[in-house]
Design a protein around this ligand. Structure first.
Ligand SMILES: Cc1cc2nc3c(=O)[nH]c(=O)nc-3n(C[C@H](O)[C@H](O)[C@H](O)COP(=O)(O)OP(=O)(O)OC[C@H]3O[C@@H](n4cnc5c(N)ncnc54)[C@H](O)[C@@H]3O)c2cc1C
Length: 288
């Protein structure tokens, strides 16, 4: 059932990065929870010669709540997010995504970095992180760099990560005081279902004006993406129902959904319009 592969099990970050660096022409992949990767290997979509198991790499766990930024390790699981009252306060959209994520076993093993690196257009943690302006730390044995999550995806299942790099940390600035950050997952049922349309929104306001607008969409394009066309219509303005309708229309026009077994492209576009309108209007009401 499985093509044979080697498995390295390093017990620290230096060991994991060294194991990834020594590829010698082999296909080497990091293995976190395995909830995507093992499925892909079974289906023949991935054929690694060697995998580097991250279970023993404690440096990839943990959360930091600094005065200005929140940071979590790449091996933070979906259940870790749900157990953290600070994350509930600082990133409500991430918790909303985590609540409807897979079943208990998948939430206990599936990691944030694995969700990002899988490159799935339906990855549920990515729209919330995009609307939080998240940055990734990408580390190899030779270098460490940070990259905006917004710049990470290059196309369907293509990203800016080099094969010898790990996503070690994900960080984002604390939300401004007057802000709303929210996510809606539309799926065929409430649990263990792939997202048909996902919409995350962050709005911040000051003096009756929208100072920050972030809108990100899942499952309606080759990659999870922000809709900057819609955000630009809202920022710097006092929001009205007509303006919110215009932004919702811009989001629907910007997406490029496909027909598949879960929904038609038309339905997805319609739900992008409806959910964007609903989430932005709801956020603006709460800010008022
Ligand atoms: C039954 C089931 C239900 C699911 N439900 C959902 C759902 O509701 N929402 C959703 O979004 N997804 C869902 N998934 C998909 C999957 O669980 C998530 O994407 C999960 O977050 C993947 O994390 P992982 O740790 O298991 O990654 P893995 O499977 O271990 O790895 C996934 C990819 O990321 C790479 N990778 C892992 N860690 C790192 C790292 N630190 N740095 C760089 N690359 C890394 C691996 O090499 C691989 O390419 C589901 C899967 C299953 C089987």
């Amino acid at each position: 059932m499985y093509a044979p592969f080697e498995l390295d099990i390093p017990n620290d970050l230096a060991g994991a990065l060294a194991a990834l660096a020594n590829g010698d022409g082999e296909a080497v992949l990091p293995l976190a929870g395995g909830t995507n990767l093992i499925v892909d290997i079974r289906a023949g979509r991935e054929r690694p010669d060697r995998m580097v198991g991250l279970d023993g790499v404690d440096e990839l766990k943990g959360m930091e709540f600094g005065p200005e930024r929140i940071a979590i390790g790449g091996r933070t699981t979906v259940s870790d997010l749900l157990r953290s009252p600070e994350i509930a306060r600082e990133a409500p959209s991430l918790v909303e995504a985590a609540r409807l994520f897979g079943g208990l076993m998948v939430r206990n093993t599936g990691t944030v970095a694995g969700n990002i690196a899988s490159g799935s257009p339906a990855a549920d943690l990515v729209p919330p992180l995009l609307t939080l302006d998240a940055e990734l730390t990408l580390q190899s044995a030779a270098s460490t760099r940070t990259l905006a999550l917004d710049d990470y995806y290059l196309g369907y299942k293509q990203d800016a990560r080099r094969p010898d790099e790990l996503i070690t940390r994900i960080s984002w600035p604390r939300l401004p005081r007057d802000s709303v950050n929210t996510f809606y997952k539309l799926a065929r049922r409430k649990g263990d279902a792939i997202t048909v349309t996902g919409v995350a929104v962050t709005l911040a306001a000051a003096g009756g004006t929208c100072t920050t607008a972030r809108i990100a969409l899942a499952s309606v394009a080759p990659v999870v993406r922000r809709v900057k066309e819609a955000e630009a219509l809202l920022e710097g303005r006092a929001l009205t129902p007509a303006l919110i309708d215009e932004a919702a229309e811009a989001a629907a026009e910007a997406c490029t959904p496909i027909d598949d077994i879960r929904a038609s492209a038309d339905y997805r576009r319609h739900t992008v319009r409806a959910l964007t309108r609903r989430l932005v209007a709801g956020a603006w009401d709460r800010l008022a």
